[in-house]
Design a protein around this ligand. Structure first.
Ligand code: ADP
Length: 275
């Protein structure tokens, strides 16, 4: 009888080989920092824009990639209404605003169009943004990630070399559970967590009285429990909100504002951990 070996065909074997991810650095930058939150509405984009401008304020060349595919905020927060140019039909030029190179899915779609994309389309959009944008000579790209721990975050962390992540949260109990999920995701994906930020931490009246509207110290406690750095508290502040809505983030509009100083302090800390 023929000695026929029973087994997997060559092509099938190929398919079952363990998938190894080659992490590509974003071209044109030295370091990539992801700004992440496990929930929406906690101020992740506000943090990302002001943090990027704070890095610029401490002498760095900075780009912002708005990878929040489902809810891009960059065009409004940075007051950009133009479409990126392509000189060769294949790659895109980032748009310069306030001395920052910017790219957002929001530049390419109508602002009232919902992004009802499935996973593979999200993956391909992220690849385009990270490999086909002509970022020039940057020290840092700040990536405004979509909230949560789903497809786009995975694509990012598996395919792109992310040098560090900052997790932004508000201090309510219900948000903290998600912070732990975020920490576990980055730990699993071996993306170093640069630290945690407590946004909308408290409200301070003109008389200096503080109200811990969402509870006190929660994010700092999570940071301690999981041995992560705690980067700081950003209070609820009306000037911060108004500046974002008006399309000129507070750090750019009023660099001497006491809230801007918090962002600049955090940016100085992060810059110091890379350079
Ligand atoms: P996310 O990106 O997490 O969805 P955003 O950055 O879009 O959140 O913020 C949601 C809303 O909260 C925006 O209107 C923003 O201006 C406001 N906001 C964020 N952080 C603060 C803060 N510390 N004080 C006041 N308003 C804030």
């Amino acid at each position: 009888m023929d000695k026929k070996s029973v087994g997997l065909s060559g092509s099938f074997k190929g398919n079952t080989a363990p998938k190894s991810f080659s992490k590509n650095p974003i071209k044109g930058t030295k370091f990539t920092i992801a700004i992440s939150s496990a929930k929406g509405g906690v101020g992740k984009s506000t943090f990302a824009m002001n943090f990027a401008l704070a890095l610029k304020a401490v002498g760095q060349k900075v780009g912002i990639l708005d990878a929040d595919i489902y809810g891009p905020s960059l065009p409004k927060m940075m007051s950009i209404n133009e479409k990126p140019k392509s000189l060769d039909g294949k790659s895109m030029e980032p748009i310069n605003q306030y001395g920052i190179q910017c790219m957002s899915i929001g530049f390419l779609v109508d602002k009232d169009t919902p992004m009802i994309w499935r996973g593979p389309m999200v993956t391909s959009a992220i690849k385009t943004f990270t490999q086909k944008v002509l970022w020039k000579d940057l020290d840092f790209i700040v990536v405004d990630m979509p909230p949560g721990t789903g497809d786009s975050q995975l694509t990012f962390a598996q395919e792109i070399k992310v040098d560090g992540a900052i997790i932004v949260s508000t201090p309510q109990e219900i948000a903290l559970l998600d912070v732990v999920r975020g920490i576990n995701m980055f730990d699993k994906l071996k993306v170093p967590i640069l630290g945690l930020v407590d946004n909308m931490s408290f409200f301070e009246t003109d008389e200096g009285k503080k109200y811990n509207i969402f509870g006190e110290g929660g994010v700092e406690k999570v940071a301690k429990n999981y041995k992560k750095e705690f980067l700081g508290k950003i209070p609820i502040n009306i000037d911060l909100r108004i500046a974002s809505d008006a399309g000129k983030p507070l750090v750019e509009k009023s660099p001497d504002h006491k809230i801007s100083e918090i962002f600049i302090e955090i940016a100085t800390k992060i810059k110091g951990s890379f350079l």
